[in-house]
Write a protein that binds this ligand. Structure first.
Ligand code: DC
Length: 232
């Protein structure tokens, strides 16, 4: 019988460095990396594509029961995300989908629909799970829990320069590039939205190790996390 899989959770607000750190950590540990935000983004993408009124529970529920997602996981890399067999990885990071993913993630129906999918992944693979409620709700018994945070200004600068390094991602549907001030405002609103929702709000688990990444390079954060993991 396979022994229990090892689960490491990395939660925190947007721009705290979770993605870079989680990928590098999974690479150093030789386990898979799971980006759970991509699942909420995929729901938002399908809401848009199918013109669903997500505030109407009946419409939303019908959409959710028609969805079929698949994540092709990797060690140290971005998982490819398939929706009904279609690779949608490159379409889920526009500013519009980013905002809508935060809105739909507040819906209990959505969170419940994605819960089993996330736990199923953990049954078969050692993994680094990145998200907002990994340590609090999805994996309360995770082996190691971390919560990354950083000053808002630094997070906005990081996200802004990421966007500028990937020009397909910075275009809004309105056809203009987000300024630094707009990125900061969008992150701040998303923080507020993600932390104030009733269901599985963004917050550290009581037993999570808190890491302030404001003045740390991603490698330094990974080293810190590894030192906690090996010390236990
Ligand atoms: O990590 P991300 O920026 O790709 O996440 C997009 C949105 O999805 C985020 O604003 C809130 C939501 N989300 C969530 O509610 N729970 C998670 N575990 C991951 C993301």
């Amino acid at each position: 019988m396979k022994s229990k899989t090892k689960i490491i959770t990395i939660d925190g607000p947007a721009g705290a460095g979770k993605t870079t750190v989680s990928k590098e950590l999974s690479s150093r540990l030789g386990c898979v990396y799971v980006d759970t935000g991509s699942l909420y983004r995929a729901v938002a993408y399908e809401v848009c594509r199918c013109s669903v009124n997500w505030q109407d529970d009946e419409e939303l529920s019908a959409l959710l029961s028609s969805l079929s997602f698949d994540l092709k996981l990797q060690t140290g890399g971005t998982p490819r995300l398939f929706s009904s067999g279609q690779d949608i990885t490159d379409y889920i990071r526009t500013p519009e989908i980013t905002k809508l993913s935060s809105d739909v993630s507040a819906k209990t129906l959505v969170r419940h629909a994605l819960l089993g999918f996330q736990r199923e992944i953990a049954r078969n693979s050692d993994a680094v799970f990145e998200g907002r409620d990994m340590g609090t709700v999805v994996f309360p018994d995770a082996d190691h829990k971390f919560f990354l945070f950083a000053d808002l200004k630094i997070r906005a600068i990081r996200r802004y320069s990421q966007n500028n390094n990937a020009d397909i991602l910075q275009q809004s549907d309105a056809g203009h590039t987000q300024t630094l001030a707009e990125v900061e405002e969008a992150i701040s609103k998303r923080d507020q939205n993600d932390s104030s929702r009733e269901e599985a709000p963004l917050k550290p688990a009581d037993d999570a190790i808190m890491i302030d990444s404001t003045d740390l390079a991603p490698d330094e954060v990974v080293d810190k996390i590894l030192s906690y993991i090996t010390a236990r």
